[in-house]
Design a protein around this ligand. Structure first.
Ligand code: FAD
Length: 394
């Protein structure tokens, strides 16, 4: 056996690993590589989110499930993350008249999803990385180009002067999200397959604030307002607010041009949510930003020779209707590092094995997310009916 007591595979000498992207998957991958004795350089386009006020990007909170929890447990962070997460034991469905019904996820063993703050989770992962002398963070470094064969990279690190910094690595790990620059380099190699699909629906985030320092709805549920073509969901936050995600076709968003039209629309479809959000805040948040696009990305392979690998959204971005994007990205780490620990493994064989074992599962979860999008969009009547029937029987 080539694996020592700490689980480090001695058949793979310490590598210089460049991780591109310090989001949820990149910061988790950094911890795993460091624990396996490799020298990690993590390059992140944004500034350090731990010291910046500005929260950029997608959904403020996320549903953490078993896949993600397992990956966090492997780096000793599950308890810390769960200590501030909010359990969601089921769905609370809001019908058009404002009546609610509950569907528990698991009435038998009480398993549940957890609502976690994206920024908080990212901070926990980055803070854990600080404790490793073999991890170095490089914020405000945007990968501009890479020669994967040679392991060389160029970063834009000073926005004012357009200054480029060069670096090299034995292994380049693309954790740079749906629009991955590493994947773009891989796409220039022979035999690389890639597809992407934008959906007709966009999403916009609203907020149900806390009232008198209390939640305005029961906190331990994922709240859903299914409305055929539209859908709204809300997840609880630590500060007793809810982050609300309104999802509907772009053409419907475009049809709402004035505060009056917005209030009419909400009173018609989401009447119980209006007093909770508050008309003033609803108008402010709705017109503050544009609805965001959603897309699904598949590719194959996930690696290039023994030089580069894609993890997380860089390998498989999916529409968010299954709540599994981050969880699946974290599970990439579980799988990849378990392969790395197999006896007599080499880095080249590990990358190849990861593609072999992961591609079909990743494509399947992208498909499931897309099916659920169709299910929630078009079949809500059947969906609510099914839920009510389930309620009747539990
Ligand atoms: P990202 O989070 O995209 O991180 C990529 C990082 O790379 C970023 O920090 C970016 O700044 C950096 N970067 C990009 N380009 C470069 C470059 N050239 N050089 C250097 N750095 C770069 N998933 C769930 O599991 N549960 C949910 O409930 C859930 N809800 C969602 C709701 C919405 C509305 C959306 C849109 C997504 C949701 N997801 C959810 C999916 C989840 O957000 C993603 O799957 C997850 O963020 C992927 O993590 P990542 O680290 O792979 O990529």
């Amino acid at each position: 056996n080539t694996v020592n007591a700490n689980g480090v595979n001695l058949s793979i000498p310490p590598l210089k690993v460049a991780i591109i992207g310090g989001g949820l998957v990149g910061s988790l991958a950094a911890l795993n590589f460091a624990r396996n004795g490799h020298n990690v350089h993590l390059y992140e386009y944004r500034e350090d989110i731990r010291t910046s006020e500005l929260v950029q990007g997608r959904s403020i909170n996320l549903a953490l499930s078993e896949r993600g929890r397992k990956a966090l447990a492997e780096v000793g962070l599950e308890d810390e993350v769960l200590s501030t997460a909010i359990p969601m034991r089921g769905r609370m469905l809001h019908d058009v008249k404002g009546q609610t019904s509950v569907v528990l996820y698991d009435p038998c063993t009480n398993q549940c999803l957890y609502s976690v703050g994206r920024k908080h989770l990212n901070e926990v992962l980055l803070n854990a990385g600080e404790k490793f002398p073999n991890i170095q963070y490089h914020f405000r470094h945007k990968l501009k180009s890479a020669n994967l064969q040679e392991g060389s990279m160029r970063f834009q690190c000073d926005y004012e002067e357009q200054q480029l910094e060069e670096a090299t690595a034995d292994l380049i790990v693309g954790c740079d999200g749906a629009f991955s620059a590493v994947r773009q380099q891989m796409s220039k190699t022979l035999g690389f397959n890639f597809s992407q699909e934008y959906i007709e629906h966009g999403y916009l985030e609203l907020c149900i604030p806390a009232k008198n320092d209390e939640f305005q709805m029961p906190p331990n549920y994922l709240h859903i307002w299914p409305r055929n073509e539209f859908m709204m969901i809300a997840l609880p936050n630590q500060d007793k607010s809810f982050t609300v995600t309104l999802s509907m076709p772009f053409k419907v968003f475009e049809g709402i041009r004035t505060p009056k039209e917005l209030l009419e629309f909400f009173h018609r479809y989401y009447s119980d949510a209006v007093p909770l959000i508050g008309e003033e805040l609803l108008i402010k948040d709705f017109f503050k930003s544009k609805p965001q696009f959603l897309l699904s990305i598949k590719c194959n392979p996930f690696h290039f020779a023994d030089k580069a690998i894609l993890l997380g959204d860089a390998a498989h971005a999916m529409v968010p209707y299954y709540g599994q994007g981050m969880n699946a990205g974290m599970e990439d780490c579980t799988l990849f590092f378990s392969i790395l620990r197999e006896p007599h493994m080499t880095i080249g064989k590990a990358l190849e094995t990861f593609t072999e074992r992961r591609v079909s599962d990743a494509h399947a979860i992208c498909d499931l997310a897309m099916y659920n999008y169709v299910e929630m969009r078009d079949l809500t009547k059947r969906f609510s009916f099914k839920c009510r029937k389930m309620l009747d029987t539990t």
